[in-house]
Design a protein around this ligand. Structure first.
Ligand code: FRU
Length: 301
């Protein structure tokens, strides 16, 4: 198991963007003019953030995202990914569009992150996917459920299930509500349902969310719902009941940007190693909590 696991790789399909981060001593009021405490750039996007964490945990990652051609922001992202060891040769470069950018305000008082996201790049298609990806070395493909691209993501998931069901696990993250998002649930082995997604469907806690959505999954799938400082719930075989992991208790919260992406990476890492669902979500919670205590996603070795 260990040898096999070490040689195989993970592919994450979704967003890579540039996060332009400003740290403020307080949350601004409209039309205010004040001096910020800090400012820096960071790679962002759910798939990219999770890849950055997974790669540090020892899982060789490939990232498939859309970026613009001839653009310093894209070059920055690709250089950072290369420095960390993430493979990005299946990324799609588009001419005539700007790289996706998020302007992020981090409030020093409570670590909250307020994101204004800009992206008008075309999304990844099945055509891109089947023409570029080399499936031989992969044992896990994770899809970020991107709003407005759910149908195409569903087609990519079908493509894998049809050809590689026995040897490639599929996970998907549903974070934002979209008319076609529920269609992805029966196509995945592991489904992450975000708090915003659950709330958009009227569920105000993780347990109710799993009770509502798990019947849509195809057995023996696992479904996981992280819920901020409550921690996370999960359901899946061999148990038929919902299991729960507490979030880390934090005295100080420095930066919550990408805490959810960190949870997802930690959980996938642990499941991929063959750990139980409970152990995996507990590890995800621990890693996400550790992330909130520090700036950014680079963990100390
Ligand atoms: C965090 C994040 C940021 C990005 C934004 C996109 O989860 O991926 O890195 O700017 O969300 O929605």
């Amino acid at each position: 198991m260990a040898m096999e696991y070490q040689h195989k790789q993970v592919l994450l399909v979704g967003l890579a963007c540039l996060d332009i981060i400003t740290v403020c001593g307080h949350f601004p009021i409209e039309d205010e003019d004040f001096r910020a405490d800090d400012h820096y750039w960071q790679c962002g996007g759910n798939a990219c953030n999770s890849a950055v964490v997974l790669q540090q945990l020892g899982d060789q990652c490939n990232l498939m995202a859309c970026l613009s051609e001839n653009c310093p922001q894209s070059d920055y992202i690709l250089q950072k990914l290369t420095n960390i060891g993430i493979k990005s040769n299946w990324c799609i470069r588009h001419i005539g569009h700007k790289t996706p950018i998020s302007t992020v305000l981090i409030n020093k008082k409570n670590g909250s992150r307020t994101i204004m996201h800009y992206s008008w790049l075309p999304e990844i298609t099945l055509d891109n996917f089947q023409n570029r990806v080399q499936f031989d070395n992969l044992d896990w493909i994770h899809f970020e459920g991107r709003r407005k691209n759910m149908l195409e993501i569903g087609r990519m998931m079908d493509y894998i299930r049809l050809r590689y069901k026995d040897r490639i696990k599929i996970s998907v993250e549903l974070e934002k509500k979209d008319e076609n998002s529920l269609q992805l649930i029966p196509k995945a082995d592991v489904i992450f349902i975000g708090k915003d997604f659950a709330q958009a469907f009227g569920h105000d806690n993780a347990t109710d969310c799993l009770r509502a959505f798990y019947p849509l999954a195809q057995s023996p799938a696992i479904m996981i719902c992280p819920w901020g400082d409550y921690g996370a719930d999960g359901i899946g075989p061999p148990q038929s009941n919902i299991v729960h992991a507490d979030a880390l208790t934090l005295d100080v919260v420095v930066d919550t940007l990408a805490a959810g992406d960190t949870f997802l990476a930690g959980t996938i890492h642990s499941l991929r190693k063959g750990e139980s669902l409970l152990k995996s979500i507990s590890y995800g919670c621990k890693l996400a909590g550790t992330k909130c205590k520090q700036r950014g996603l680079m963990f100390e070795k």
